[in-house]
Design a protein around this ligand. Structure first.
Ligand SMILES: *Cc1c(COP(=O)(O)O)cnc(C)c1O
Length: 386
């Protein structure tokens, strides 16, 4: 059996390698045809109308926040249970981040606390919200949309954990994370630890043509060559920089890797869900361990399988001694020194703090073998029965 066992690992097939090699031998290493192709297959996968591929999800969040019009002084709501970029993208644009506590079952931003926060401030105080489909759990975005509409807010969905996840809305429709039925923009990451990898990479999806055009412009310096958009006519060499953008492009090698990975994406979520079933069954009647919640109208993508245990440090160390590298995700973002310096403090958000004390992400990736998973389960049961 292969040891140590990490909490997540990429899955690269021979076909994936071949796709990258072919691209290296082609005429384009960047700005070539592999990029729109990847955007197309990814958009189909998440049921999006438009997709913009970029160099990582942090860049995707940044151009999303720019396209949504975040300006210095704008107030935006964000979950504290996430990777730093979900909130940082608001700071990049000079906005203020207001953290709202999580729900203790789903670990998503608590919709009741959201409503309380909005009701307690004058209308118009908050311009939008960043919602994170934490661990792969899709929000019931229909409910959040109702709240957002009531207050005239936009929704930026960080679905870095959730490609392939969906929930059923009140019309009975399967709503994929990324479809944009209820969110304005949805962002994904292709970092090696995520479901689909391009080494580094990200995608921003939307149904809104205007937001799409803006993001495509910000991805590449704010420069356009589209004749219909140019302010003057000149030779075919002529382009215009119309806004201040960045170089957030992805390469053709990365895009080709992504397209190749997409062929196994749906299947890999199924494999993850099989692993979940096995973990859940093993821990079902064991006191002292809480397994993840999943509502009946939800298809959770399980980027992470997170348990809650009383003695988290003890279990973490015990697993490590046995070459099992479980992981703790995340330390509350509002308590990171940077955000503390902006006025956040311990005790502000008790639910996420309690979550953090007990959470542990167990190994969860499609190539985790039966023997490896058995070992993880055996060691956890052994620790809990001491
Ligand atoms: C990984 C991740 C990001 C950042 O993704 P990068 O591609 O590394 O920039 C942002 N948000 C969440 C929730 C993530 O898990």
């Amino acid at each position: 059996m292969e040891l140590p066992i990490p909490y997540g690992h990429q899955y690269i097939s021979d076909d994936d390698i071949q796709a990258v090699v072919s691209t290296l031998k082609s005429d384009y290493l960047t700005c070539g045809p592999a990029i729109p192709e990847f955007e197309k297959v990814f958009a189909e996968y998440v049921n999006a109308k438009y997709a913009v591929a970029v160099c990582n999800a942090t860049a995707a969040l940044h151009i999303a926040a720019m396209a949504l019009g975040v300006k210095p002084g704008d107030n935006v709501i964000c979950t504290p249970l996430t990777f730093a970029s979900s909130a940082n993208c608001i700071r990049f644009c000079g906005g203020n981040v207001k953290f709202v506590d999580i729900d203790p079952e789903t670990y998503l931003l608590d919709i009741n606390k959201l409503k309380e926060t909005l009701a307690a401030a004058p209308k118009g105080t908050y311009k939008g919200m960043v919602l994170v489909d934490f661990a792969g759990y899709p929000h019931n975005m229909e409910e959040y949309r109702k709240v957002a509409d009531e207050y005239g807010m936009w929704i930026l969905e960080d679905a870095c954990h959730a490609p392939g996840a969906w929930f059923t809305d009140s019309t009975g429709e399967k709503v994929y994370c990324g479809s944009g039925k209820y969110s304005d923009i949805t962002v994904f990451s292709f970092h090696p630890v995520k479901h689909i990898t391009t080494g580094e990479g990200g995608m921003a999806c939307t149904q809104n043509k205007e937001l799409y055009d803006k993001m495509a412009l910000y991805r590449t310096h704010g420069i356009t060559r589209d004749i219909s958009k140019l302010q003057r006519q000149d030779g075919l060499w002529y382009y215009e920089m119309q806004e201040l953008g960045y170089n957030y492009r992805i390469t053709d090698m990365q895009a080709a890797l992504g397209t190749s990975q997409m062929k196994r994406a749906r299947k890999n979520v199924e494999i993850r869900r099989e692993l979940v079933k096995k973990y859940n069954d093993a821990f079902k009647d064991i006191p002292g361990i809480k397994t993840p919640y999943e509502a009946s109208n939800v298809y959770h993508a399980y980027h992470l399988y997170i348990i809650q245990v009383e003695d988290r440090l003890g279990l973490y160390n015990f697993l490590r001694e046995n070459q099992i590298f479980a992981q703790v995700l995340y330390y509350p973002l509002n308590l990171m020194p940077y955000y503390k310096n902006l006025g956040n403090k311990e005790g502000d958000l008790p639910v996420v703090e309690e979550y953090y004390k007990h959470c542990l992400a167990l190994p969860m990736f499609p190539t985790l073998t039966k023997e490896q998973q058995n070992l993880v389960i055996e060691k956890i049961l052994k620790f809990l029965s001491r």
